[in-house]
Design a protein around this ligand. Structure first.
Ligand SMILES: Cc1ncc(C[n+]2csc(CCOP(=O)(O)OP(=O)(O)O)c2C)c(N)n1
Length: 328
């Protein structure tokens, strides 16, 4: 009979957390789509398909490290400690929204200083040099923190990608760059974005370590990210991780991917759902049962629905507060 070691139990506990965080993100995502259809919420930038690499990369850093996520990073924020109620306050643009006090597109533009989540921007790639700057500042202050910066494949075509990665490489800054490569920039497929689809190959040009990982394989992502974080902490500079994933939904609720993706491709994308894959992996190891996995998802779905109903009734921002937090 197999014995469970203390190390196994710790790993199992960690992996159960990763699974639960992914289910939380899916529950919020699904609920937001319902709310948009009902005309109760304005917008969703879906993270479906991205959850695996998002929870793995964020769980690999510690509470004193910095997260500089892209606008699709719901699961990243959940791992940092964002609650469903907080997220729904942002979705309904309520006064108590801790992300932008009801001012910005839900998930699109926000920051959460308490959780060390640096400002999220809609301006594609603009946050990549900022991540390098945050890491540089942290080093000057002797913080010892690592900065995790995430972005899509389309962002790597922007000048800011080059500037940010190059600066971090030259100064051997403790940054982990993670490309969540879903092979689309809205409707532009990767073959029209880059001649070499392997973003990690560019690492050589910058003199940093490049790693390609199947972004739907949670344990592989977790290992790759933990190694990159350890490398950064040892003072060995940045890592560029290319996590290959499948975008399951349209770019946002404003987009209809049926106009540029075939039904066959969408069916294939749904076969690469990292939540299903990771759940099955946990079941295979005996760390979760199929019923247990379904129960976790059902509990998260119920919590997301309750959070939405609660947040919708919270107070709206006051008109006289409209200019608060506005610099000029
Ligand atoms: C500088 C800039 N150019 C264009 C846009 C419009 N835009 C918003 S998201 C997006 C696609 C980005 O694709 P990618 O970086 O692959 O990330 P994904 O949304 O697929 O996760 C574009 C072109 C923008 N917001 N900012």
């Amino acid at each position: 009979m197999a014995t469970t070691t203390r190390a196994d139990a710790k790993t199992r506990e960690e992996y159960l957390n990763l699974h639960r965080w992914m289910c939380m993100a899916k529950a919020l995502d699904d609920r937001m789509h319902i709310l948009v259809k009902q005309g109760r919420a304005p917008f969703v930038g879906s993270s479906r398909g991205h959850e695996g690499i998002q929870v793995a990369s964020t769980a690999a850093i510690g509470p004193d490290d910095w997260l500089v996520p892209h606008y699709r990073g719901l699961a990243n924020a959940i791992v940092r400690g964002l609650t469903m109620k907080e997220w729904m306050l942002a979705v309904f643009a309520k006064a108590g929204d801790p992300l932008s006090a009801g001012r910005n597109l839900p998930g699109g533009c926000y920051s959460y200083p308490r959780l060390k989540i640096a400002p999220v921007s809609q301006v594609v790639a603009s946050w990549i040099p900022k991540a390098a700057g945050i890491a540089y500042a942290a080093r000057l202050k002797g913080e010892g923190s690592v900065t995790l910066c995430t972005f899509g494949d389309g962002a790597t075509s922007q000048g800011e990608f080059h500037e940010g990665v190059n600066f971090a490489a030259v100064h051997r800054l403790p940054v982990v760059f993670v490309c969540e490569n879903n092979s689309y920039a809205i409707s532009v497929p990767i073959r029209l974005q880059m001649a070499n689809p392997d973003v990690a190959d560019r690492a050589t040009g910058y003199g940093v370590v490049g790693v390609t990982v199947d972004g739907t394989d949670v344990p592989a992502c977790y290992e790759a990210c933990r190694e990159a974080v350890a490398r950064a902490r040892r003072g060995e500079g940045p890592t560029l991780i290319d996590a290959k994933i499948w975008r399951i939904n349209s770019h946002t609720s404003e987009d209809n991917h049926l106009k540029y993706r075939t039904q066959e491709e969408l069916a294939e994308a749904s076969r690469h759902d990292p939540i299903t894959r990771f759940g099955a992996w946990m079941v295979e190891r005996g760390w979760l049962t199929a019923e247990g996995a379904a129960k976790v998802q059902a509990a998260c779905d119920a919590e997301a629905s309750e959070a939405a109903d609660w947040a919708e009734l919270e107070p709206d921002p006051l008109p006289e507060d409209a200019l608060k937090h506005v610099f000029a």
